[in-house]
Design a protein around this ligand. Structure first.
Ligand code: ZN
Ligand code: ZN
Length: 209
């Protein structure tokens, strides 16, 4: 599996490039910066990768800012959970342009991610796990022994729930019932900050005591 982590955009979001080394098919998770899209595209070119999907773990602006440029340059399909597509992507199109002082928008998703579905990427299978709480349509993505948790679970932290649509109850439920049930050895790659493991978080995360 090809893997690269980039830190992108105004809020230092982790963007991940994943690919099947055999088929050369790739996905990009959370292209949260416009400037860094060029780095992503160069990386794909250098490694001879064909971008199939852009996946947003959720619809917050710091995870979707590069959607438009990246999609226009690659023709990849944009995927997000319906509950974040309806509220956040739309809202961002309408409101954030004013907030940022320039035109910001995301294309509409090509289709919605559904809990439990498996996306085939060459020899890799990516499993979608709906993990609401930080946002209603937040998802985590399990690939072999690695999980991308967006802003649901961080190394030593959990996502904030004070933004519109957030729910502390749902977040804890998602983490405990859907993430901590996975194997200890699985590596967590969150939406911000360093990596961790399921086992370490189950034992040590102060927000999960
Ligand atoms: Zn977020
Ligand atoms: Zn974020």
């Amino acid at each position: 599996m090809y893997f690269r982590k980039l830190i992108v955009g105004p809020l230092q979001t982790n963007c991940y490039i994943l690919a099947c080394k055999k088929s050369k098919e790739a996905i990009v998770i959370d292209p949260g910066g416009e400037k860094e899209v060029e780095i992503i595209i160069n990386d794909l070119k250098e490694n001879n990768l064909n971008l199939r999907y852009i996946i947003n773990t959720h619809g917050h602006i710091d995870h979707i800012l590069g959607n438009k440029l990246l999609k226009e340059s690659t023709q990849a399909s944009l995927l997000i959970h319906q509950l974040d597509a309806d509220s956040l992507l739309q809202e961002i199109n309408e409101k954030f342009s004013i907030f940022l002082g320039k035109e910001v928008s995301s294309p509409s998703p090509d289709r919605f991610l559904v809990d439990g579905e498996e996306i085939n990427l060459g020899s890799l299978k990516l499993k979608v796990i709906h993990t609401p709480g930080h946002t209603p349509g937040g998802i985590s993505l399990l690939v072999k022994e690695v999980i991308f948790t967006g802003d649901t679970l961080f190394a030593g932290g959990i996502g904030r729930t004070d933004l519109p649509g957030g729910s502390y109850f749902d977040l804890l439920n998602s983490i405990k019932e859907r993430l901590l049930v996975l194997d200890d050895a699985i590596t967590i790659y969150p939406g911000h900050g360093p990596a961790s493991t399921i086992g370490w978080e189950r034992k040590n995360n102060p927000f999960l005591k």
